[in-house]
Design a protein around this ligand. Structure first.
Ligand code: ADP
Ligand code: MG
Length: 272
């Protein structure tokens, strides 16, 4: 079953078209790696799926629920009447994608967890509270239950005993493992990683990659944006190569890392 479907998604910032018609889907238990040069739109794509940005067009379905879709022709007409008909220079109606209602969006968003490059922990909260905050506030989980879940996750991340530490007392690798525990605390169906090791010293990268490999072995469904090519090759079931807002090439790691596509070869050539 597809847990994520992205169809014809587009996103611009002003005149800059960052995502130009991207489509892909993700199966339950699959690990997808996304590689590509800096500025190719990888973070923006993850942010659109995780509702940190809105799309300008296309359709995203998460676990069978429609997050956003292009308007149906009749909705378009209604919309135009309601909004006094916005039109582009060519006189064509400007179609704005339609998002699910707010309460529905909140529910859909609970299916995804996002781990950022720079951890984004709350600096003034303890490690434990960083993890319990969302379950308590967002899903109304009982405090003790949230703490118990958080402790289990910390143990899984090899961080037992760090419950009362503050983010500034942690190494980058530890902070990133806390942020993985935090993302998992809401028990998401899909975990997204945006360059989870690129802020880390090389000797700390391994501990994060190990945690992600363990999650992959447990069949956690994941999308990982990474510059760690050897890691992508080892852990991913499928790899997408993005450049300038489009998917240039995709396939199994074997296929992609031996691809004949000139742009893929050029990009990988910079790494090998
Ligand atoms: P990547 O993650 O592949 O490096 P990004 O998605 O971060 O790429 O960025 C793609 C392009 O979009 C870049 O040119 C970046 O400067 C631009 N961009 C990203 N976010 C914004 C924003 N909020 N406002 C304006 N431009 C942005
Ligand atoms: Mg990025």
């Amino acid at each position: 079953m597809s847990v994520l479907s992205v169809k014809n998604v587009k996103k611009s910032f002003g005149d800059l078209e960052v995502i130009k018609d991207i489509s892909f889907s993700l199966e339950d238990g699959e690990v997808l790696a996304i590689i590509g040069p800096s500025g190719s739109g990888k973070s923006t794509l993850l942010r659109c799926i995780n509702l940190l940005e809105t799309v300008d067009g296309g359709q995203i379905t998460i676990c069978g629920d429609l997050l956003v879709s292009d308007p149906q022709p009749d909705e378009e007409t209604k919309d135009e009447v309601a909004s006094g008909s916005k039109r582009s220079k060519k006189g064509k109606a400007v179609k704005k994608p339609v998002y699910a209602p707010k309460d529905q969006l909140r529910k859909i968003r609970l299916n995804t967890g996002l781990v950022f490059q720079n951890y984004n922990l709350f600096p003034h909260f303890s490690v434990l509270r960083n993890i319990t905050e969302a379950p308590i506030r967002v899903t109304g989980m009982e405090k003790e239950k949230a703490k118990e879940t958080a402790r289990k996750l910390l143990q899984k991340m090899g961080l037992s005993g760090k419950e009362d530490a503050y983010p500034c007392q942690l190494s980058g690798g530890q902070a990133q493992r806390v942020s993985i525990a935090r993302a998992m605390a809401l028990n998401p169906k899909i975990l997204f990683f945006d360059e989870p090791t690129s802020a880390l010293d090389p000797e700390l990268t391994g501990e994060i990659l190990k945690v992600i490999k363990e999650l992959a072995a447990e069949k956690m469904t994941m999308v990982i944006v990474t510059h760690e090519m050897a890691f992508a090759r080892e852990v991913a079931d499928r790899v997408i190569f993005m450049d300038q807002g489009v998917i240039v090439d995709e396939g199994t790691p074997e296929a992609l890392f031996t691809s004949d596509h000139p742009r893929t070869r050029e990009f990988l050539g910079n790494y090998y």
